[in-house]
Structure formats: structure tokens, C-alpha cells
Design a protein around this ligand. Structure first.
Ligand SMILES: Cc1cc2nc3c(=O)[nH]c(=O)nc-3n(C[C@H](O)[C@H](O)[C@H](O)COP(=O)(O)OP(=O)(O)OC[C@H]3O[C@@H](n4cnc5c(N)ncnc54)[C@H](O)[C@@H]3O)c2cc1C
Length: 357
């Protein structure tokens, strides 16, 4: 695992943009629960949607470690903004992996160019962890599939241009093989019978609000099946193996933000006529934060590097995701403690870090 000058240059570009364009409105995004589309377009123009894709699809042909660094820098300032792109990757990644050339030209190219945002629609009111338990159905009628069902908690649900919808296309053969018979479909925004219903209010990642989706006899062309019929479960879970690294990167960004905020506050706030940072009890907390931050970052970079080297990364991505998101929660709490009473005040960003963790 080695960071190159290109990695550092990318980090500086994203950090500079995030500081200038996102930080001034990060609290407002959280308060209003809305990210201006123009801002998302600007982030995409930085190349965030293109980093890991091949040049023939308009991508930059860079490694996953670059993507991790970019997401980390975005999440350091606004985890809501990074979440939009993490969720969109849950569509562009499987398109890249299982899409036909025709599907890639039609859908992947505009996603890589940042012109289309994706939403990954797996979860349903009655099935979350239990992916095989989804009830949405798709039936083939000659030249088109007809999809009916309800999805929930779908990030980018209201703003996406392209949805990857999972549905059951044949009954499960038996209880042991209930993951069989699922398929994945590409559904364009505006398709008749398909709409985002209510937005789900959440305490964190506000701005990237998940929504419910309604599919009422939605007709999509036969060719909009992604991957083989019946392979939808694998399309989903293999996408999550890779997606965990993106989520881990966001955790690293929140850890970094909490650590910086805590140090800055401890240096400027005085108590008993002494800067907080001179109290050993506060130094212990900062040392604990540094340990959490570096552990999360190293594990996340390790997982990305394994994937970049074509090695098995599945266990590493799971370890990185759990470690990094738990560290984000812990570091946010420690940052709040160092802020004393101001830790719970919304005028300081540290309480948002905890809600976003
Ligand atoms: C902010 C946010 C954004 C999201 N974005 C998306 C998205 O873009 N697309 C999408 O498809 N989904 C999305 N989701 C949904 C997410 O994937 C589900 O919430 C998750 O899969 C858990 O499902 P559930 O909420 O139905 O909980 P359940 O599956 O009902 O689980 C409830 C509890 O039971 C535990 N549990 C469940 N099964 C077991 C078991 N076998 N053994 C032990 N414990 C178990 C769980 O760990 C959990 O603690 C999002 C969720 C959130 C909160």
C-alpha cells in the first residue's frame, strides 16, 4: 500500500473544493435536509464519478484507493454529500461489472460523466438484512418486464435519474435456496407507474434523505435486465462487498473531522486559566482519537489496496467498514466531550458528526 503524488494531488483538489464550496453550507444542508443539485454537479465535475472507471467509458482509470481518498475528504466536511455518491456507486459499479456494452454506453457513460445520479433499490418494508425476502416481483411479457412492489430507505430516491431495482422473477425453489430467483433491473426516472413516495426523515446524513419508492406495473424493456435472470442476489451482495469500502472511507472522513475539531477547540478554549489541551485528561482523549482515526484509515486503505491488487478483499472490506464507522461514532462522542456543553450545541458541527456516524 503506497500513496503516490497523484493520490496527494487528488486529496488536495477535493479538500480545497470541500473547504471553499461545501463547508460554508454544510450546516444548512443538514438543517434544510437538502443538497442543491448544482453542488452535486460541481462535485461530479471534479471527477468523483469517474475515478475508477475505464477511459473508454469516460473514466479516469485510477485505483480504488483514489476513490477512498476522495470520499474521505468529502465526508470530512459533509457526510451527506459523500453519501449521495456512495449510493450512486451502488448502481454504476454493478453496471460496470455486469452491464452489456449497450447498457454501459446508455447508462454508465452518463453516470461516469456525472450527468446521471443512481439509486440502489433493494430494501423493502418487510425485508432489509434479509435480501432474499424481498416481495417486489417482475414478470416477462414478450418484449418487456413488468415490475410491481414497494421499496424503502432508498438513498437518492427522490433525485436519482437511474434506479437499480431488485425483484423476484421466479419463486424460491426451497427455503435453503430462497436467494435464487431474484433479478436486477435498470429503471429510468419518469417511467410510468414508478415514483418516489414519502421522504424518510432521519437524524443523520441529512440532505441525502432516503425515500420510499412505489412501482405499480412498471414496464421496462427486456434489455434492462442487469446480469442474468435469477442472479440478482449475487449482483446485490457482491456490490455490497465493494460498497463497504466506500462506507468505511466516509467513516474515516468523519473521524478526521472530529479529531481536527477537538484539537482546535482544546487549543483555543481555556478553563482554570489554562488551555484545555494542557490537561492530561484531554490529551488522553486526543490520543485515543488519534488511535481510532489511524486504525480506521489504515484498515480502509488496506481493503482498497487489496481490491486494487486483484486480491480477495471481502473480509478486509467488512473489517474496515465496522471499525471505521464505530470509530466515527466514538470519536464524535469524544469530540463532543472535549467541547463540554458546546458539544451538544448545533452552532458547533461535532453533534452532526455523531448523527452522521
Ligand atoms: C440512512 C440509510 C440509507 C439507506 N440506503 C439504502 C439504499 O440506498 N438502498 C437500499 O436498498 N437500502 C438502503 N438502506 C436500508 C438498509 O440497507 C437496511 O436498513 C438494512 O439492510 C437493515 O434492514 P432493516 O432496516 O429492515 O432491519 P432488519 O433487517 O429488520 O433488522 C433489524 C435488526 O435485527 C438485526 N437482525 C436482522 N437479521 C438478523 C439475524 N439473522 N441475526 C441477528 N440479528 C439480525 C439487525 O442487525 C437489526 O439490528 C438504508 C438505510 C439507512 C438507515
Amino acid at each position: 500500500m503506497k500513496l503516490t503524488p497523484d493520490h496527494e494531488s487528488l486529496r488536495n483538489t477535493i479538500r480545497d473544493f470541500a473547504e471553499k464550496q461545501i463547508r460554508p453550507i454544510a450546516a444548512e444542508i443538514d438543517r434544510k435536509n437538502h443538497i442543491p443539485r448544482e453542488l452535486l454537479n460541481q462535485i461530479a465535475k471534479l471527477g468523483l464519478t469517474a475515478i475508477t472507471y475505464k477511459e473508454e467509458y469516460g473514466g479516469l482509470g485510477a485505483d480504488l484507493l483514489s476513490m477512498v481518498i476522495a470520499l474521505e475528504e468529502l465526508a470530512r466536511v459533509s457526510a451527506a454529500c459523500s453519501t449521495v455518491f456512495v449510493a450512486s456507486h451502488l448502481v454504476s459499479e454493478p453496471l460496470n461489472e455486469w452491464g452489456t456494452e449497450e447498457q454501459k454506453k446508455r447508462y454508465l457513460v452518463p453516470m461516469v460523466a456525472g450527468e446521471k445520479i443512481g439509486a440502489h433499490a433493494m430494501t423493502e418494508p418487510g425485508a432489509g438484512s434479509d435480501v432474499a425476502g424481498i416481495k417486489t416481483t417482475a414478470k416477462l411479457h414478450g418484449t418487456h418486464w413488468e415490475i410491481s412492489g414497494r421499496k424503502t430507505f432508498i438513498t437518492n430516491g427522490e433525485i436519482a435519474d437511474l434506479y437499480l431495482v431488485f425483484a423476484r422473477t421466479s419463486p424460491a425453489p426451497n427455503r435453503e435456496k430462497r436467494h435464487k430467483g431474484l433479478s436486477a433491473f435498470l429503471v429510468e426516472r419518469g417511467t410510468e407507474g414508478f415514483h418516489a413516495a414519502s421522504k424518510i426523515e432521519t437524524i443523520g446524513l441529512r440532505g441525502s434523505q432516503p425515500s420510499e419508492l412505489v412501482l405499480d406495473h412498471v414496464k421496462v424493456p427486456k434489455d434492462n435486465l442487469l446480469g442474468n435472470e435469477g442472479d440478482g442476489f449475487y449482483v446485490g451482495v457482491k456490490t455490497y462487498d465493494r460498497g463497504r469500502i466506500d462506507v468505511a472511507a466516509q467513516g474515516v472522513g468523519i473521524c478526521q473531522a472530529a479529531y481536527e475539531a477537538a484539537i482546535s477547540y482544546a487549543q483555543t478554549r481555556t478553563s482554570f486559566e489554562t488551555p484545555l489541551i494542557e490537561f492530561q485528561q484531554v490529551q488522553y482523549k486526543l490520543a485515543e482519537m488519534a488511535m481510532g482515526l489511524h486504525t480506521a484509515r489504515l484498515l480502509t486503505y488496506w481493503a482498497a489496496s487489496l481490491k486494487d491488487q486483484g486480491k480477495d478483499f471481502v473480509k478486509a472490506s467488512s473489517i474496515a467498514k465496522v471499525t471505521s464507522t464505530e470509530a466515527a461514532e466514538k470519536l464524535s462522542l469524544l469530540a463532543m466531550m472535549i467541547h463540554g456543553g458546546y458539544g451538544v450545541a448545533t452552532e458547533y458541527p461535532v453533534e452532526r458528526f455523531l448523527r452522521d456516524s
